[in-house]
Ligand binder design. Sequence first.
Ligand code: NAI
Ligand code: MHF
Length: 298
Amino acid sequence: MTTPLIHPGWAPPAANMLSGYSLEMTAKDIDSLRAAAPAIRPGASVSIAFLPNETLAARVAAAKAIRELGFEPMPHFAARRFRSPAEFEDYLAAAVAEAGVRRCFVIAGDPANPQGPFENSMALIETGAFERYGIAGLGVGGHPEGHPRMTKEQSFAVLQAKCAEIVRRGMAPLVVTQFAFDADRVLAWLKALRARRLDVPVRIGIPGPAGVSTLLRFAARCGVGASKTVLAKYGISVGKLFGPAGPDKLVEALDRGLGPEHGPVRLHFYPFGGLEKTVEWINRFDRAHPSRISEREN
Ligand SMILES: NC(=O)C1=CN([C@@H]2O[C@H](COP(=O)(O)OP(=O)(O)OC[C@H]3O[C@@H](n4cnc5c(N)ncnc54)[C@H](O)[C@@H]3O)[C@@H](O)[C@H]2O)C=CC1
Ligand SMILES: Nc1nc(=O)c2c([nH]1)NC[C@@H]1CN(c3ccc(C(=O)N[C@@H](CCC(=O)O)C(=O)O)cc3)CN21
């Protein structure tokens, strides 16, 4: 299997749930990344979100910093946000030339109307630009909570088509999911994915530790379910609406629930501006759980 070489963090077998974790940041988080770097696992994949208020130059600077600090940059390309093919290709070219980018992530993006010629992530894949620039691995989004405009069947069909097209173009696919608060939804989605014989490696999106109001703001903005019941399972109750909330219960529930039927899985953390806090949380959880909880219970 070539996956470990192309997607860092998959080579050694997972010792615990944190093995081979990846992180996400935005261009404004470069200073936080520098501060947190000594505590981050060497070679970790670090994604760069594609935010509308950040410039191409700022995103490239982030990719460079990630590379210089010894991590593997994975820039996001939001199809509906590109105003022209040139804007797309300029970013790709700069990321490859200046930061040695080898892995990218494609996503539709939130604009209700595409701001340029690309309607969805497949349109970016089909330009052929990624393989032309030597990209070896390409990530696509997974939506355990479903998609507002597609049925479950359509959503899996689109995912399957994108992965097949990535393979056909000689690259290695990877799925990175939207963050979620509900382990059961994630586990059921993974099972359904594997039942369709999609054996692609999956990174499960995990919210970093953050204040409850920050978590709720991001959930609303990203269309992620945060009902009272789901939040209670996550560890946020009506009596605890202020102060910080970490993903302890979510990751523990995944640990207990994950089995061979869920296929190859690693975690991907969305720090929501709190990169240093997220890395501290990861290292604390890692020290507290030197092996899988589920294995120790067996
Ligand atoms: N509740 C919500 O608002 C959620 C929104 N999303 C959004 O859906 C997108 C899905 O991305 P991919 O999996 O890469 O999809 P994709 O690029 O593979 O597209 C799949 C299909 O959905 C349509 N589509 C995608 N984003 C759309 C949008 N913002 N408005 C209208 N139609 C859209 C595409 O035209 C295409 O037909 C994400 O970029 C995210 O912004 C995803 C999950 C929940
Ligand atoms: N549907 C959807 N759209 C997205 O843009 C998106 C997702 N899902 N899922 C998670 C990732 C994470 N994303 C983000 C978006 C913004 C910041 C951020 O730091 N934004 C602000 C602060 C905003 C705030 O705290 O409310 C900034 O200063 O730019 C971080 C990660 C974007 N992402």
